[in-house]
Structure formats: structure tokens, C-alpha cells
Write a protein that binds this ligand. Structure first.
Ligand code: NAD
Length: 366
């Protein structure tokens, strides 16, 4: 039987609470599938690591991640560590991990589960059936470009960040997105700001060239990011795969998350290196930490992405996705997706238990 090594970083805040449920679901899949053994090893990341080791990620934690087939992460950060210098903030641990592992593409699906259509702030007819995938470039652009920093220049305090993209950086993320588009509806939208930014002029040129040379069967369109922010609310169904830069992707994916109703529902995969990193898009939610109310579904769905994109186990991934849909259809809701007078409000653990039961039932139908 194949063995997959999974490095687990529960992280901070609600991270450990939601990761516990996701690992339990993975355990159920392992038992039922019988084709693969999942060997998990935990380590500290973020504030939890800083508290023990004085750094947000130790060399040992990075080595563990490097030696694994996949990484599952909860979330990092929290007000307790906001006073620290940037170099040792919890978020720095995550940025370093992404960079060191070469995870240049961040896949963020936004899927509206039918039972949750009314949890979206948008009208039912706009969001019904939404299933889009944003591919965000993750290791370049303004988050990493030099020069950067805050300096006093000619007596004036000046903050600087620099947007830099090279042709190879754009080509590799474009290929990842075109490959996905080919497997989905054959449609892709590239988002940039080429009317103002030179880095976006290059982005548009390179994406167009990759499309024309290597993916003539995929329909490519371009959109300016300000228009895209508007179109995502006006008519989200026009999109399937979207590919964009680090900064624009960061913002557009949070916007897309609200179409689905709650940030507690959205998983992500960061790919490009030997091992992928799978994590919910939400943060450590300090306002609800320790209360047992966090929605574990985003992390559980991140495990489904791990199976699909990390381990090429699409059938097992589909059990989890189907189980989530079923539990929602049965009316179970954590607080973030619950509406007064509808369904049954449950906590983190019960939601996890329900998904495990549903995975078992669905897998029996094989
Ligand atoms: P957040 O995503 O933690 O929380 C935003 C809101 O959504 C809060 O009201 C929270 O209660 C709610 N929420 C988030 N996840 C939820 C879930 N699973 N179930 C129910 N409700 C949920 O964003 P924030 O408050 O801006 O950030 C808190 C901390 O998390 C900060 O330190 C930030 O830097 C960090 N952060 C980390 C990551 C990451 O680890 N990838 C991402 C974003 C923010």
C-alpha cells in the first residue's frame, strides 16, 4: 500500500480546532479507501512556534515540510503577536514556508453549495451554481519585490513596495491555470492592471503568448482588476478559471469568498513545489477561538484538495465534497452560516462528526 507523509501545522487560534476535525475526516477516508496510508507528523508554526522557539518557523519545521508529500495548515497569527517586529510575526512563518517550498500558485475555488445559496449576501439567481477557481500567483509581485521599506528621504517619511514580475514567473503560473481551465470548462480570464502598471503590461503579453502557443483550445480573455472586482458581484457566473497576480488575487479571493456565504467554507491549495500546501483561506479568528464554534468545513475541504491535487485521489476527494454537500442539505450549520429559524446549529466537533458519517455513507454507495 502506498504511504503519503503529511506534515501538519495546526498553527494559532482556531487552527488546531479545525485541523483536528480535518484529520479525523482524513482518517475515515484512509480506513474506507484502503489504498493509501497517511502518515502525519505535527509541528509548530506561527505564534505557537514563536512562543516556544522565538521564531515563527524553526529549521526543523521547514525540514519536516520539505520531507513531506503534502502540508496541512490551520491558520497563523493573532493580536498577541501583532506587536512583534515583522521578521518574527506569525505570518512571516507562512510566507517563508511558501517561498522555501516554491509554492508559486495558489488555487482558491469558490463554490456555492446549493443548500447555502441563501447564506450569500447576493441574490439567489446571481449565485446559484457558482463554481469558480482563482489561481493567484503566490511568490512574486509586490509582496516580495525590492526595494521595500520605510525610510526618511529628504526629511519625508516614505514607505516603498515594488511590484516585480519576470517572464518565467508569469509563464509558470499561467501554465498551471491553463491546465486547470482545460480540465474544467476551457475558459480562462486573466486579471491585471495593464492600463497603469508596466508589470501588468508584461503579465498580459506573456499570458497571451502562453495561451496562443500552448493552449489554443482554451478561450482566454483579459480583464482589468477594477472591472473584475465589480463583475464578480454583478455577474459572478461569467467566470470559471481566473489567473492573477499576488496582490490582486489576495483581494479578489476574499471578495469571491463572500459570494459563497462565509469565509469559513473556502479551502485552498498552494502548488508548484514537490509538496503542496493545503489550508483554509480564513485566518486564526481570535474572536471565536476556544469556543468550539469555528466552521471546520474549509479545512475539511482543504483535505479534499490535498487528495485531488496532491495525491491524485479524485474519487476520495469527491466523497468529502459530497459529504459536505449532504451535511449542509441535512440542515447542519455552524454559527457563521446559520440563519435564525433554519436548520440545526452545531459546533466544530459535531460538524466534523457529521461529515465523517456522511463520508462513510457515500463511500458505501461506491
Ligand atoms: P479571520 O479570517 O481570522 O477572521 C475574519 C472573520 O471571519 C472573524 O469574524 C472570524 O470569526 C470569522 N471566521 C474566520 N474563519 C472562520 C471559521 N472557520 N468559522 C467561523 N468564522 C470564521 O481574519 P482576521 O480577523 O482579519 O485575522 C485574524 C488573524 O489571522 C490575524 O492575525 C491575521 O494576520 C491572521 N490571518 C492568517 C491567515 C492564514 O493563516 N493563512 C489568513 C488571514 C489572516
Amino acid at each position: 500500500m502506498a504511504t503519503k507523509k503529511i506534515c501538519v501545522f495546526p498553527g494559532d487560534g482556531i487552527g488546531p480546532e479545525v485541523v483536528r476535525e480535518a484529520l479525523a475526516v482524513l482518517g475515515t477516508v484512509e480506513k474506507i479507501s484502503g489504498t493509501c496510508r497517511f502518515e502525519t507528523e505535527k509541528d509548530l508554526l506561527g505564534g505557537a512556534s514563536y512562543d516556544v522557539h522565538g521564531v515563527p518557523m524553526t529549521d526543523r519545521a521547514l525540514a519536516l515540510a520539505r520531507a513531506s508529500d503534502a502540508i496541512l495548515l490551520g491558520a497563523v497569527g493573532g493580536p498577541k503577536w501583532d506587536v512583534l517586529p515583522f521578521e518574527v510575526r506569525p505570518e512571516r512563518g507562512l510566507l517563508t514556508l511558501r517561498r522555501e517550498l516554491g509554492l508559486f500558485a495558489n488555487l482558491r475555488p469558490a463554490v456555492v453549495f446549493t443548500p447555502l445559496v441563501d447564506a450569500s449576501p447576493l441574490r439567489r439567481e446571481l449565485v446559484e451554481g457558482i463554481d469558480l477557481m482563482v489561481v493567484r500567483e503566490l511568490t512574486g509581485g509586490i509582496y516580495f519585490g525590492e526595494p521595500r521599506g520605510v525610510k526618511t528621504i529628504d526629511g519625508v517619511e516614505t514607505g516603498t513596495n515594488t511590484e516585480v514580475y519576470t517572464r518565467p514567473e508569469i509563464e509558470r503560473v499561467a501554465r498551471m491555470a491553463f491546465d486547470l481551465a482545460r480540465k474544467r470548462t476551457g475558459k480562462i480570464t486573466s486579471v491585471d492592471k495593464s492600463n497603469v502598471l508596466e508589470s501588468s503590461v508584461l503579465w498580459r503579453k506573456v499570458v497571451s503568448e502562453v495561451g496562443a502557443k500552448e493552449y489554443p483550445d482554451v478561450a482566454l480573455s483579459h480583464m482589468l482588476v477594477d472591472n473584475c472586482a465589480m463583475q464578480l458581484i454583478r455577474n459572478p457566473r461569467q467566470f470559471d478559471v481566473m489567473v492573477t497576480t499576488n496582490l490582486f488575487g489576495d483581494i479578489l479571493t476574499d471578495e469571491a469568498s463572500m459570494i459563497t456565504g462565509s469565509i469559513g467554507m473556502l479551502p485552498s491549495a498552494s502548488l508548484g513545489g514537490k509538496a503542496g500546501l493545503f489550508e483554509p483561506i480564513h485566518g486564526s479568528a481570535p474572536d471565536i477561538t476556544g469556543r468550539g464554534v469555528a466552521n471546520p468545513l474549509a479545512t475539511i475541504l482543504s483535505v479534499a484538495m490535498m487528495l485531488k491535487y496532491g495525491f491524485d485521489m479524485p474519487a476520495e476527494a469527491a466523497w468529502i465534497e459530497g459529504a459536505v454537500e449532504r451535511v449542509l442539505a441535512e440542515g447542519y450549520r455552524t454559527g457563521d452560516i446559520h440563519r435564525e429559524g433554519e436548520g440545526k446549529r452545531v459546533g466544530t466537533t459535531e460538524m466534523g462528526d457529521r461529515v465523517r458519517d456522511a463520508v462513510q455513507k457515500l463511500s458505501q454507495k461506491r
